[in-house]
Design a protein around this ligand. Structure first.
Ligand SMILES: [Zn+2]
Length: 154
């Protein structure tokens, strides 16, 4: 019978840590491999269920999906589809979304990992914006708008 126990020094396979999403407050719940990209379905690890206005308890209402371009893995663009919960406060009716600032800046289209990859590509490896956009699987404008303010500060 073949022995499937990993040799010493190996952990169990874990997409969340492999894709470096544990540091972004996300956990992978599924993956879909398409011909030209990989898509990782993620959930936000921290619940964030207390009202941002009055501190009352929120009731989970529904979810929205936030799409982010992440660092490419194996030269294949890797996209995140993050399921974000929306809550409504039982006390005051305030509605909010689960905090995803660990994963990406507000309104950003790149994850923090994707942004770091893009900046390293441009500043350290002297890749063009076009090459970085191709790696991330995003439009040129999206890559340029994300990196331009930061690359000039490096
Ligand atoms: Zn409230």
């Amino acid at each position: 019978m073949p022995d499937a126990t990993p040799p010493a020094g190996f952990g169990r396979p874990d997409l969340t840590t492999f894709a470096r999403l544990d540091g972004l407050g996300l956990a992978v719940t599924g993956h879909r491999l398409e011909p030209d990209r990989a898509v990782l379905a993620c959930r936000v690890v921290e619940p964030d269920r207390w009202c941002h206005d009055c501190g009352g308890e929120g009731r989970a209402r529904d979810t929205v999906v936030r799409r982010l371009a992440h660092e490419p893995l194996g030269w294949r663009p890797t996209m995140l589809e993050v399921v974000v919960r929306r809550y409504r406060c039982r006390e005051c009716g305030h509605v909010w979304r689960q905090d995803t600032t660990a994963a990406a800046e507000p309104r950003a289209k790149l994850s923090r990992g994707g942004l770091r990859w893009a900046l390293t590509g441009i500043v350290v490896q002297h890749l063009t914006v076009a090459r970085v956009a191709e790696g991330l699987g995003v439009a040129w404008d999206t890559a340029n708008n994300a990196v331009l303010p930061r690359a000039s500060a490096c």
